[in-house]
Design a protein around this ligand. Sequence first.
Ligand SMILES: Nc1ncnc2c1ncn2[C@@H]1O[C@H](COP(=O)(O)OP(=O)(O)OC[C@H]2O[C@@H]([n+]3cccc(C(=O)O)c3)[C@H](O)[C@@H]2O)[C@@H](O)[C@H]1O
Ligand SMILES: Nc1ncnc2c1ncn2[C@@H]1O[C@H](COP(=O)(O)OP(=O)(O)OP(=O)(O)O)[C@@H](O)[C@H]1O
Ligand SMILES: [Mg+2]
Length: 277
Amino acid sequence: MSSEPTILADTAPLDLRLSDDELERTHQHILQFLRDVVDDAGADGAVLGLSGGIDSTTVAYLAAEAFGPENLHGLVMPSVVNTEENMSDAERVAQELGIEYDVVEIQPIAETVFDTFPEAADDKMAAGNVYVRLRGVLNYFVANHEGKVVLGTGNRAEALSGYFTKYGDQAVDCNPIGNLYKQQVRQLAAHVGVPDDLVTKTPSAEMWSGQTDEEEMGMDYDTLDAILALHVDGPLSKSATIDHLGVTESQVDRAVELYEKSEHKRHMPPAPEPLDL
Ligand SMILES: Nc1ncnc2c1ncn2[C@@H]1O[C@H](COP(=O)(O)OP(=O)(O)OC[C@H]2O[C@@H]([n+]3cccc(C(=O)O)c3)[C@H](O)[C@@H]2O)[C@@H](O)[C@H]1O
Ligand SMILES: Nc1ncnc2c1ncn2[C@@H]1O[C@H](COP(=O)(O)OP(=O)(O)OP(=O)(O)O)[C@@H](O)[C@H]1O
Ligand SMILES: [Mg+2]
């Protein structure tokens, strides 16, 4: 007997989208969250990296609304792995919102790092993580100097699947959209006025040329969101999840694998238990 569900195989993935009322309440809740983060830190606004992708664009729109565009500083940080389209979209976002922004070419900095261990530089994952971590260094360089906090752009699907670089794009002071699954981020993006072409753009971590999140993770975000929400983050068993969503066993296994392998990224680094000395 095949383990592939037949009756439910063509059903749409679980729709996690919020109602209009829920969406607006979420919007206001995040605005208040952002104001509280800045106030509690006694900060003079915030810094964030702008990639031209939906997550950073949505956070930029929310932050500009929460505490004013004059208090937001965007950093666009291109290297050889970024497309010109994404980098010009990132600048377009900053210009549209009227926020201060700088374009910082990080390729020369990355080359200095790569020269230290040339064999590691040929490892696309290790090298890709260098770009991500360098952006974190620059975000904090500016934040320290300007008395600002660093805004994260991670969403719930990324957090649960560990789809981020440890101490790279994870190195932030708060995650305003951290409770939202990717499909909810898309919904909120449209709600706050993010241009359509950015809402529908294919998600990419851009750690190497041509990378797409969905190809690397092995499924589209709607499917990943749904498996995470129902099974990893929710009450359904594996077989019930397969039946309910019409997904394959290997897709559920893959989502669980991503979750379990990244457990270490969701905790402070452990130290040995205190000894009874
Ligand atoms: N069990 C364990 N306990 C404690 N530490 C453990 C560990 N396993 C690995 N580690 C440590 O973690 C390191 C691996 O983690 P890490 O350095 O993060 O690297 P890794 O998880 O291998 O790669 C990052 C992943 O996140 C994706 N990403 C990154 C950045 C942005 C985005 C995006 O969506 O924009 C996506 C990227 O495409 C890739 O799939 C190991 O080298 C080791 O130091
Ligand atoms: N070239 C870049 N310049 C500045 N910041 C960047 C750049 N690339 C990535 N980032 C930062 O790293 C974050 C994580 O990247 P990620 O790809 O997950 O988000 P995104 O690009 O905003 O959206 P999407 O996931 O849809 O591509 C970005 O939101 C952004 O803050
Ligand atoms: Mg991206």
